[in-house]
Each structure stands twice: as structure tokens, then as C-alpha cells.
Design a protein around this ligand. Structure first.
Ligand SMILES: Cc1ncc(COP(=O)(O)O)c(C=O)c1O
Length: 359
């Protein structure tokens, strides 16, 4: 790929905004005709497969990291430190693509319900060379990630949770232009509503700003999957406005006014990050059985449950697009080969607890 669409749209940005290529081309769009039939939807249902952003490791982080890692390299940093739950997909993506670009990674991890996916991601973090720090909760994050360690270590690029910084958000502004091109090519009718998981809300903020810049009528529905500290309407608006400031380096955007039109739905959260909900599980099963598409219960199952509830409730809404943010590359063959005893000792207990739970 030569340049991001963003630089084609706004040529003044090139050279002012850091970027490197990780995405392997536009991600496919597909009709969810079988789901439509199963749930007797009067609306047209579609999926945008950001699960296929990369054949190394897919999902939504790839788009954010194109701008973030370029910034770290431009600032001469040798290491990226970031935060997440024990099974953070964002942390794993940062580790994998950071390594590709010669950067080390440190992950500050907090507790979350333990599943096989969580333990596999921990093993993969270790396998791909991340240094793992178990800081347990928000207090630990505040103390070590935000206060003590930044004072001590200057070679480190401090990346907030989910890569949801204005630069990370640009990845999804860019994605909205990709969607606009796919609409122009006739691959999908212009979506009336777009549904996406809202964790640290960078993805939805990028889409919210991007569809407006790209002249699409779509309304963004973020389905909240984390607590209010990570996901709130105020945070979406703040991220959109900060990202817009970056974009205003292009003369075309000097007078652009953003007016919020997104919805942040709390209905499918289930009260805790990572908690499995019945609606989320049903959505995962439905997509697996009828379309052979793999979702999971922490993010994408809940977001799909949001779209399914919407189509049931609002029968004449037109085209609904589900933005699939979950990596589709099967990492289990690698994870299965990793011996967890190599991880720092404070993580061993988690593997033992999970084994006991299964017995
Ligand atoms: C699979 C998946 N979907 C969605 C998200 C949420 O994206 P954001 O943090 O930009 O809201 C994440 C974040 O880690 C994720 O791993």
C-alpha cells in the first residue's frame, strides 16, 4: 500500500502526521443474509471484516498502530509501554507489530475474569517478547504507569489503554474513507447505522468523525463493553475533538465543524468487563453457525447483540453494518506450544487457578 486514504484526502497532512503501513489492503464487506433470514430482519445486515486487517494478527488495533508506532519511531523511542486487562488484545497487537518494527513492549496488566483466551494471550505476549508487569488494578496503573515509571524511563513511549489516542483514532477516520470508497464501488449501500464495540472508544470516535468527514449519513452505535472510566460519551467527544485538531493541519478542514450524532449504548455491557452475557453468547453462536464468522464474548458478541436487538426493534431502518473488530488469525497453535512457566512468577497462579476450575 502506498499511502493512507487520509493523505489523499488531506495532502497537507503528509509529512506532518507519522504513519507506517501495517494494514494489508481494504477489509472485505459482506452481506449477513443468513442472519437476516434467521432473525427475520426487515433491515439489510452487513459486516465489515476488520478481523482481516492483517494475516499476522488481525482486528482493530492494526489500523491504530499504523499511526502510533510511526510516532514512537519518529520520537526515537525504543520501547512502547501500554496498559490492558490480562488478556488484552491491544497489548498483544502492540507487542507483535512493535517487534516487527524493532520496538520492545512492556505491558502493565490488570485483573479480568480468566478464560482460555486470556491465558493464551498472556502466553503469546511472552512468546512475542513483551515484558509483563502485573499491576492488578486501576490503582496499580495510576501509580506505576502514570506516575512512577514515566519519571524514571525516558526511552519509553507511554501509550494509553487501547491505543485510543488522537493518533490511534486517525486509523478509524481513515477506515471511514475506506468504507466510503466501498460504497462508491457498490460493494454495500450507504449504511444507515454502524454498530461497533466500545472499549476505550477510540474505534468508535474515529468512525464518528470519519463518516462525517467522508460525507456518509451513517450513525455510529458504540456498544459499551467496559466501565464508565474507559467508555463514556464525554470521552468520545473529547477524542473526536482532539483528533480533529490534528486534522486541521490541512487547510481544507480549517472551517469544519463537528456535531455529535453517535449513540453509546450501555444495555449490553452486563456489569463487568469480560463478563459473559446470554445475549452476547447467543450472538457469537448465531454468527458462528449461520455465517461461519468467529466472534467472542468480551467485545464483538456484545456489539453484535446490540445490532440484533436494534433490527428487532426498528424494522425499517435500512442498512445496518456490523464492524467486526476481532482478530481472525488463529493464534492457538502458537499459544499451545508456549510453556507458561517461563512467564514471571506472579502469573503462574492464574494458570493453576484456571486448571483447578476445569477439574
Ligand atoms: C476485539 C476488540 N474489539 C473492540 C475493541 C474496542 O476498541 P476500542 O478500545 O477502540 O473501543 C477491542 C479493544 O481492545 C478489542 O480487542
Amino acid at each position: 500500500m502506498t499511502n493512507p486514504l487520509l493523505f489523499e484526502e488531506y495532502p497537507d497532512l503528509e509529512g506532518h502526521i507519522p504513519w507506517l503501513n501495517l494494514l494489508e489492503g481494504p477489509t472485505p464487506i459482506k452481506s449477513l443474509a443468513n442472519v437476516e433470514q434467521k432473525v427475520q430482519s426487515k433491515n439489510f445486515l452487513w459486516i465489515k471484516q476488520d478481523s482481516l486487517t492483517s494475516t499476522i494478527y488481525g482486528g482493530n488495533k492494526v489500523r491504530k498502530l499504523e499511526f502510533i508506532l510511526a510516532d514512537a519511531i519518529e520520537k526515537d523511542k525504543t520501547t512502547v509501554a501500554t496498559i490492558g486487562g490480562l488478556g488484552t488484545n491491544h497489548g498483544l497487537a502492540t507487542t507483535i507489530f512493535g517487534r516487527e518494527k524493532g520496538l520492545k513492549t512492556i505491558l502493565y496488566l490488570i485483573n479480568q475474569p480468566i478464560t482460555k483466551h486470556v491465558l493464551d494471550n498472556l502466553k503469546l505476549d511472552f512468546h512475542f517478547g513483551a515484558e509483563l508487569k502485573f499491576v492488578k488494578n486501576y490503582l496499580g496503573v495510576g501509580l506505576y504507569f502514570y506516575i512512577l515509571d514515566p519519571i524514571r524511563f525516558h526511552h519509553i513511549y507511554w501509550l494509553p489503554a487501547g491505543g485510543s489516542t488522537p493518533l490511534g483514532v486517525l486509523g478509524y477516520v481513515n477506515a471511514a474513507f475506506e468504507l466510503r470508497n466501498q460504497v462508491k464501488e457498490g460493494l454495500i449501500e450507504e449504511p444507515d447505522h454502524i454498530f461497533v464495540a466500545a472499549g476505550t472508544v477510540g474505534t468508535m470516535a474515529g468512525l464518528e468523525l470519519g463518516v462525517q468527514l467522508a460525507g456518509l449519513k451513517s450513525q455510529i452505535h458504540g456498544i459499551q463493553v467496559t466501565d464508565r472510566f474507559a467508555a463514556s460519551k464525554g470521552k468520545v467527544k473529547k477524542l473526536v475533538n482532539q483528533t480533529l485538531q490534528l486534522l486541521k493541519q490541512d487547510s481544507k478542514l480549517k472551517n469544519f465543524q463537528y456535531s455529535p450524532r453517535f449513540i453509546l449504548s450501555t444495555t449490553f455491557y452486563g456489569g463487568a468487563y469480560g463478563r459473559v452475557t446470554p445475549e452476547g453468547s447467543q450472538a457469537v453462536d448465531l454468527l458462528g453457525q449461520s455465517e461461519n464468522i468467529k466472534l467472542e464474548t468480551t467485545y464483538t458478541g456484545k456489539a453484535m447483540a446490540g445490532m440484533l436487538a436494534y433490527t428487532k426493534m426498528y424494522q425499517r431502518s435500512g442498512n445496518l453494518l456490523f464492524w467486526n473488530t476481532y482478530n481472525a488469525v488463529d493464534m492457538t497453535p502458537i499459544a499451545d506450544k508456549v510453556d507458561h512457566s517461563g512467564l514471571p512468577v506472579e502469573f503462574h497462579r492464574l494458570f493453576a487457578l484456571y486448571k483447578n476450575k476445569l477439574q
